[in-house]
Design a protein around this ligand. Structure first.
Ligand code: ANZ
Ligand code: ZN
Length: 904
């Protein structure tokens, strides 16, 4: 006996247990089937699964389940990106151990994921904070070191002089330490680097082959790698005592040069500082503020005139002042530039501030005057002007001409520079992979011998004092040198968490105990067929993972060069916000959905009946905020400046003189129903996955995540939407559990047969193209078709395929339906239904019927109908007769299978 209603609260756990028992989702390394590796970016164990994770993992799950039904051996793993700052912050704020906090979070989140019925191979679960993972990472790091891909060099860090600690960029807020509030200084420290720049060319060229990556992501990576072609050349002082080598990407603007500037760390600046306290003071001033390119970009431009004058390479009569300037970076190009204010924004800001000449050398349309007006540089194309032998050339030709002349006269040469820097992986933090090196007074830096790996983090650490607990630990760092046996110290830096996520997809594919992975097994699974995650990882994570894969291939550990064959970046889940302005302080106060109620009230006369359109924050804007996982993404999100949300009036619906308004629950206090924006705690517009699963069941939640919006777009959460999904779950259940009672001699239903096969083919194609919302729509259509149909053999057949079609998206309901219909085994292991190709052939066409070229009617007819029949059909149309209004038809134009035009 089947029950009336589908009850997810009992069915969900029952089927989850059945899949577990049958090990349905275990990927078999030895399988003879073709492989499919479906991967979603693994989460940071922050404590709770949020709705963004649910959307991300639902999409991956649908694809993984579908591929399994298609006969693939599917690898669909899940794990935890579990090192990183939030655990240390929790340790400092709540006095808990980062490990305990992290592991408890993982436990809670695992339970949440299991409730959603995702088809993960849990036997491959990994957590990057466990020695079983990071020990292998240490081993790979040593391999890269042996191959010369790891170096140690001096580099600037953010130093908090009060807490006496190094700060990550995210911990510097407005130039001050996030805890102490002290002005942060730049300090030089010896740091570990991975030589990603050695792969810059490859990483750039490789983008061309990633056809199944979003163009946007490829472009972002291209810009990040930033290959520029330019000219490197030397300026001399007239007495030849000073020489400054500069790099420019705009040699064409050479006659617009009005100054030369060097970085504060440039050797010339350092030399001057030794003899002149004013220079030393200025350099100290430049050291304040952050180290990121973005911060340097936005800082006020500061300069110091050294008094030195340099001569123009094309005309010794032109002299340019040499400045030390805070906007010039030491580690880009040569650490020195010439400024052409008319055509570079930084340069014009600087020139206007210090009263330097601004000369136009590229015409801006008709504007050719050498005197440049205004504060906005012209960076567009144009013909060269005021530039002697370059006049009249376009920018590209002028660049080539200057480079050729410089090379001929041997004062410069054409070069390529990259924006990409080597990857600094040292973090002065506890909760990360210990860098496996030992510092010996005699032997220098010595790698930890591989048989002594893993270098395990000490458990007993103290977070009550700021700084790196590994540094302060009484015993941990004291070891004997593996080389000479003398007393030595361990490296106390740990690896950037992005290292953890740079190879986890390899460990998922193969996890022997004694080495990081087995290359033979990797070969079978990699590349990942479909990778799904948030756009916020477009650059760093995806570039680092590509780099690690290439680096490991370079040293012969694996064969694959690109880890992710296809990449998909999903949109965010958004929700209406409820707020009001606090009259006391003018601040916006937010209310959660549980704190509000919507009531219909009489419309006041001045309120025009309308519905306020809701502005949807585009996912392209707020890219720093992590929807899913990746530790660092979360860290960035938590400190990205809160975006002020303008409250856009009242959202109301006017119906027969009444409007629906939003009130603070149980009061008459009216609230603003504001913009629909990404769910976030601070806006109180979050929906807890646990609550909605408890209320509607896993399948309704999954179905909602796939419905309504294309997957790359934002999905607005709505109560009505999820309720509709809950109703559809019940509708499908009624179809499967009701008795179709086909009479053997009932009329056949070719239309339903057609619809069924179109749905099988269409849903499959849509899932493969990740167009889940379209697959959803097709299932709605088929369900409707079945409900309308009278009993027939085709109806029985259509009902019988429903569980298999629904299985990737609503797996629990599908199992229940499958069994109610007499299926054996698990539908999750069943094959995708076959398509009858004959049923896909379109044998009907829609004919447009026109009178004097104007569309009056359409008819759907069998393909290939003869002219006379089409003509007769057209004349029989009532609408056509009305349009003719008694006039005689003079001529009939028939385009077979397309249209009939009556000329009267
Ligand atoms: C003169 C000039 C004229 C420039 C002009 C630009 C526009 P990209 O293309 O991003 O590589 N530059 C070079 N080295 C620098 C450094 N260490 N710190 C700060 N700025 C530096 O940028 C190259 C341009 O950035 C170079 O071209 C240089 O300014 C500046 F109308 O030279 B240009
Ligand atoms: Zn030694």
């Amino acid at each position: 006996m089947t029950s009336e209603r589908f009850d997810p609260s009992s069915a969900d756990v029952r089927w989850q247990a059945a899949w577990d028992a049958a090990q349905t989702f275990r990927a078999d390394d030895a399988s003879p089937r073709p492989r499919s590796y479906v991967l979603e970016m693994f989460p940071y164990p922050s404590g709770r699964i949020h709705i963004g994770h649910v959307r991300n993992y639902t999409m991956g799950d649908v694809l993984a389940r579908y591929k399994r039904m298609q006969g693939f051996e599917v690898l669909h793993p899940m794990g935890w990106d579990s090192f990183g700052m939030p655990a240390e912050n929790a340790a400092m704020e709540q006095g808990v151990h980062p490990g305990g906090w992290t592991r408890a979070n993982i436990k809670a989140m695992t339970a949440q994921l299991k409730r959603l019925g995702f088809s993960f191979d849990w036997s491959r679960e990994l957590s990057t904070c466990e020695p079983e993972y990071y020990g292998h990472e240490q081993s790979l790091f040593l391999d890269l070191y042996a191959a010369g891909l790891v170096t140690r060099k001096e580099s600037a860090v953010n130093w908090d002089p009060v807490d006496m600690t190094v700060l990550a960029n995210e911990q510097v807020i407005d130039g001050r330490g996030w805890r102490s509030g002290a002005l942060v200084e730049k300090r030089k420290l010896s740091q570990w680097f991975l030589k990603i720049t050695q792969f810059a060319d490859e990483l750039l060229d490789g983008l061309g082959a990633l056809k199944n990556w979003p163009d946007k992501v490829r472009l972002m990576q291209e810009n990040w790698i930033g290959k520029s072609q330019g000219l490197q050349f030397t300026f001399w002082s007239a007495d030849r005592a000073t020489e400054v080598e500069v790099f420019t990407t705009r040699p064409d603007t050479i006659f617009g040069a009005s100054f030369v500037a060097i970085a504060a760390d440039h050797p010339i600046a350092q030399g001057l500082a030794a003899g002149d306290p004013a220079v030393a003071d200025f350099i100290a001033e430049c050291r304040k503020g952050g180290t990121t390119a973005a911060e340097i970009e936005t800082q006020e431009k500061l300069g110091f005139d050294t008094g030195i004058r340099l001569v123009h390479p094309f005309d010794p009569a032109i002299e340019l002042p040499l400045y030390i300037a805070n906007f010039v970076l030491m580690d880009y190009g040569t650490g020195a530039v010439f400024g052409c204010p008319a055509h570079d924004q930084r340069d014009i800001d600087f020139a206007r501030k210090y009263g330097l000449p601004v000369t136009r050398v590229v015409a801006d349309g008709d504007l050719t005057d050498p005197v440049f007006v205004g504060d906005e540089a012209y960076t567009g194309p144009g013909a060269l002007v005021n530039s002697r032998f370059l006049d009249g050339m376009d920018v590209e030709a002028a660049k080539a001409e200057v480079i050729a002349r410089a090379e001929q006269s041997q004062w410069g040469r054409g070069t390529t520079v990259w924006r990409l820097r080597d990857w600094g992986v040292s973090r002065q933090r506890y909760w990360g992979t210990p860098i496996p090196f030992i510092h010996c007074g005699d032997c220098g830096v010595v790698p930890v011998p591989k048989d002594q790996l893993p270098v395990v983090l000490p458990e007993d650490v103290d977070f009550s004092v700021p700084g790196n607990p590994l540094e302060r630990h009484p015993t941990w760092k004291h070891v004997d040198c593996p080389n000479c046996g003398k007393a030595a110290t361990r490296e106390t830096d740990t690896l950037d968490t992005f290292v953890n996520s740079s190879w986890y997809f390899l460990r998922f594919a193969s996890q022997p105990a004694d080495r990081p992975f087995d290359p033979e097994v990797i070969k079978q699974w990699l590349p990942v067929e479909q990778y799904i995650g948030g756009i916020e990882h477009a650059i760093l994570h995806l570039l680092y993972a590509r780099f690690w894969t290439r680096a490991l291939a370079h040293i012969g550990l694996i064969d694959v060069k690109e880890p992710f064959a296809s990449l998909f970046t999903q949109g965010m889940v958004t929700h209406e916000t409820y707020s009001r302005v606090d009259p006391g302080n003018g601040q916006v106060v937010y209310f959660s959905p549980s704190e509000i109620e919507k009531r219909a009230v009489p419309a006041s006369p001045e309120q025009a009946p309308h519905e306020t359109p809701s502005g949807i924050a585009t996912s392209g804007v707020d890219v720093t905020v992590a929807l899913t996982g990746m530790g660092i993404g979360v860290a960035q999100g938590s400190v990205s400046p809160e975006i002020a949300i303008p409250v856009t009036g009242q959202a109301m619906k006017v119906e027969q003189g009444r409007v629906t308004k939003v009130f603070k629950r149980g009061t008459d206090e009216e609230l603003n129903a504001g913009r629909v924006i990404k769910m976030s705690k601070s806006k109180k517009n979050v929906v807890d996955p646990d609550d909605i699963i408890a209320q509607y069941g896993a399948d309704a939640v999954r179905w909602f995540m796939l419905s309504d919006s294309p997957p790359e777009r934002d999905l607005p959460w709505s109560e009505a939407g999820i309720e509709g999904c809950g109703r559809f779950v019940q509708r499908l259940w009624r179809i499967a559990s009701g008795n179709p009672q086909a009479a053997a001699d009932a009329a056949s239903n070719p239309a339903l047969h057609k619809l069924m096969h179109r749905t099988i083919a269409g849903v499959g194609a849509d899932i493969e193209a990740l167009q889940f919302n379209k697959a959803v729509a097709k299932l709605y259509e088929l369900a409707g078709g079945i409900e309308k149909a009278a009993p027939s053999a085709e109806k029985i057949a259509a009902i019988a395929v429903l569980p298999r079609l629904a299985s990737p998206m609503m797996p629990h309901l599908a199992e229940e339906m499958y069994h109610a219909l007499g299926g054996t085994g698990l539908v999750a292991e069943a094959a995708w239904p076959d398509v009858d190709p004959a049923a896909l052939v379109d044998d009907e066409v829609t004919i447009a019927i026109q009178v004097l070229g104007k569309l009056r009617d359409t008819v759907t007819v069998a393909k290939g109908l003869p002219r006379e029949e089409l003509e007769a059909l057209a004349l029989a149309s009532e609408k056509v007769q009305r349009a003719l209004d008694g006039k005689a038809v003079k001529k009939v134009i028939v385009v077979p299978d397309r249209l009939v035009n009556l000329v009267a």
